[in-house]
Ligand binder design. Sequence first.
Ligand code: DX5
Ligand code: ZN
Length: 214
Amino acid sequence: MTKIYISPSILSADFANLERDIKLVESNDADWIHVDVMDGHFVSNITIGIPVVKSLRKVTNLPLDVHLMIENPEKYINDFANAGADIITFHYEAVEKDKIESVIQMIKSAGKKAGLSIKPKTEPSVICPYLKDLDLVLVMTVEPGFGGQKFMEDCADKIPLIKSNAPQGLIIQVDGGINKVTGKICRNKGANSLVAGNYIYKSDDIKKAIESLR
Ligand code: DX5
Ligand code: ZN
C-alpha cells in the first residue's frame, strides 16, 4: 500500500497553544506538521514566520513541512532552513521563471527537501521541467490565504498529469478543503500527501480524522 503522509496544518490550531496542539496530532499518528507562512503580499493574510518555526522545532520530532506563501522566497530559504524546517515549499507564482531552479537548489544545498506549489489557476504543465529536481509538488485545492475554504475539485484534476511526468519518489501533496471525502478523491488521482487544517483540528476525534485521510 502507498504510504500517505498526513500533514495537519497548524493554521487551524490555537496559536496560544501551539505546543499542545502539535502534540495532539503527533500523538495521533500525524506524519508531518504543516506550517503556513504568509506575508501579506503574496497572499493578503499574515501568519507566522521564522522565530515561530524555530520554537516549534524544539517541541516536536516530526518533520516541519513549511509552506511559504511569500514573495521573494529566496531571501528567506536559509533562515527557514536554519530555524529547523525539513521540507520547504515555495510558490511557482512567487518567483521569476529563470530563478526557480536556483531556489530549488538553494533548498537542497541547505540539506532540506524542496517543494514547489501551484495555485488553482496555474497550469500543471509549467512545473513539469522542475519535477526531476523536486522532492515534492504541492497542488493547491483552494486559493492560498485562509483555512476552512471549499475544495476545488478541478484542481485535483491536475494530479494525473503531474504524476505521469514525475520521477519515482516524488511526493504529490494537496492542500485546501481536504476532508475524508475530498482526500479520497485526491488519493485516487495520485496524491500521496494530504494537508488538512480545519478537518483535523475542528474534529471531536483527532485520531479518527487523521486515520480517515489515509
Ligand atoms: C491555505 C493553507 C492551508 C490551510 C488549509 O492557504 O495553505 O494549509 O491551512 O486549511 P483547510 O484544511 O482548513 O482548508
Ligand atoms: Zn498550506
